[in-house]
Design a protein. Structure first.
Length: 241
């Protein structure tokens, strides 16, 4: 959708995004072939179907945000904002917009997956923590021994991508959560000292930021693929099909 901003044709899905999309589609087809169930199960199935479709759309939107962040970042070559031309400054601000948009969307997708797993396995994580995250659900699965093979796979991914995810999590928290007074004072002192020393505004490290974002995107696609592939395989194993 957004590739037209750069005069490019529509995206053709491939790689990890295609794997994740196909896993969701296979699961939705699997749901449609299920035998009629009791009313309570039908309601649950309906919720899972809506959540699955929402995840597919969210992954599409995340990929577009990452693409735009990368493309606008290509137009930035200066170390300090004050050295930029007006056109380069516009590219930089657009890069920042889509970069922030992407990492906020990324954590939102993970939390949607957590909500999906909580619903699927009836974990009732909300009774332990009202506003729970994907990582809270992983801990709940581990503690209760639910979906052990899947939980182990997701835990290994979490460990593999932990440094990149932690850096992005810190930026996300700075962007959308209130800071406590002490942290805000420390941040202000650091910024004021830096500006006094250099009297110029540093440009974000676009290359490192995008590398972290790309790694987190890869993890998210792999998580989606693993979740939906496991569910279909597990259900078919139980039914003998």
């Amino acid at each position: 959708m957004l590739r037209h901003l750069f005069g490019e044709p529509r995206r053709v899905d491939d790689g990890l995004l295609l794997d994740a999309s196909r896993a969701i589609e296979t699961y939705l087809e699997h749901l449609s072939k299920r035998s009629p169930q009791e009313p309570r199960e039908n309601v649950k199935t309906g919720r899972l179907r809506l959540l699955s479709k929402g995840l597919g759309r969210a992954l599409d939107e995340l990929e577009q945000s990452i693409f735009c962040a990368a493309r606008y970042g290509e137009g930035v070559g200066k170390r300090f904002v004050e050295e930029m031309t007006e056109e380069e400054r516009d590219s930089y601000h657009r890069h920042i917009y889509f970069y922030k948009n992407a990492f906020i969307r990324l954590f939102a997708i993970l939390d949607k997956i957590g909500y999906f797993l909580n619903e699927l396995f009836e974990l009732e994580t909300e009774k332990v923590k009202e506003r729970f995250s994907y990582f809270t659900v992983l801990r709940t699965m581990h503690q209760r021994g639910v979906g052990a093979p899947l939980e182990q796979t997701l835990f290994e991914m979490k460990q593999q991508y932990k440094p990149q995810m932690q850096r992005l999590r810190n930026q996300r928290n700075m962007e959308i959560h209130w800071l406590n007074a002490d942290l805000l004072d420390d941040l202000m002192r650091t910024m004021e000292a830096r500006q006094t020393r250099e009297k110029r505004t540093h440009v974000e490290n676009i290359e490192d930021n995008m590398a972290d974002l790309q790694a987190a995107y890869e993890m998210t696609c792999k998580v989606v693929t693993s979740v939906f592939t496991y569910i279909v395989g597990h259900d078919r194993g139980k039914s003998g099909r």
